[in-house]
Ligand binder design. Structure first.
Ligand SMILES: CC(C)(COP(=O)(O)OP(=O)(O)OC[C@H]1O[C@@H](n2cnc3c(N)ncnc32)[C@H](O)[C@@H]1OP(=O)(O)O)[C@@H](O)C(=O)NCCC(=O)NCCS
Length: 174
């Protein structure tokens, strides 16, 4: 949870929404053109800052979690200006970052989209976004801890045993 608070990692979903709101305020419209977005991206880069929501230490493609959120929004959210900005950024940012020649992954990560969804559904307590992200991860860790204790293993991974193995194991215990 502490490492998530770092500005270049988990905090990025707060940073993304802050960046979008700053751009909207600076340009004076919630419906910026792609050219206006590209100009604001270049301005951010010229100030020596990163584009939040883009890049990844390991991934070298659009983050599947970004794609899943986009697919969800395309189906359930219509006419949301902030969501539209996220999609327009997807059209312009990778080319600009790719053109810098040093960014290993110019594609969006999970944080590029999540803030726009939270805003859409009314969650405007931006400083809680990273906490929410952490809580969703904690559920996975807690589930693994329960299995680890139940099975008596020092470390548990989702695919380390099959369902059939668990059934046999429990039958042997009873
Ligand atoms: C995620 C991140 C920290 C990965 O860092 P990394 O593994 O060092 O990434 P790279 O190897 O591609 O970095 C090489 C260069 O590209 C730059 N770069 C990477 N992503 C960038 C971005 N989104 N905008 C501008 N520059 C970026 C780095 O700052 C670095 O520049 P430098 O050599 O002048 O220091 C980085 O991509 C980043 O800062 N992204 C923006 C913040 C963000 O979205 N974080 C959420 C991550 S899930």
């Amino acid at each position: 949870m502490n490492s998530l608070a770092g500005p270049l990692h988990g905090l990025a979903n707060q940073e993304v929404i802050k960046w979008i709101f700053n751009m909207v305020e600076s340009i004076g419209t919630t419906k910026p053109s792609k050219e206006q977005i590209a100009d604001y991206v270049n301005k951010t880069l010229s100030e020596g800052k990163v584009i939040p929501g883009y890049g990844h230490a390991v991934l070298r493609m659009p983050d599947p979690r970004f794609t899943a959120q986009k697919t969800f929004a395309e189906e359930y959210i219509k006419g949301d200006d902030i969501v539209q900005i996220v999609w327009d950024m997807f059209d312009v940012v990778p080319e600009i970052l790719g053109g810098l020649g040093k960014v290993k992954n110019p594609w969006p990560n999970v944080d590029a989209h999540s803030g726009a969804l939270l805003v859409h559904y009314g969650m405007k307590e931006y400083s809680f976004y990273t906490v929410l992200f952490g809580v969703s991860r904690a559920l996975g860790v807690m589930a693994a801890m329960c299995w680890s204790r139940a099975l008596g293993f020092p470390l548990e991974r989702p695919k380390s045993v099959t369902y059939e193995w668990v059934k046999d194991f429990l039958n042997q215990q009873s």
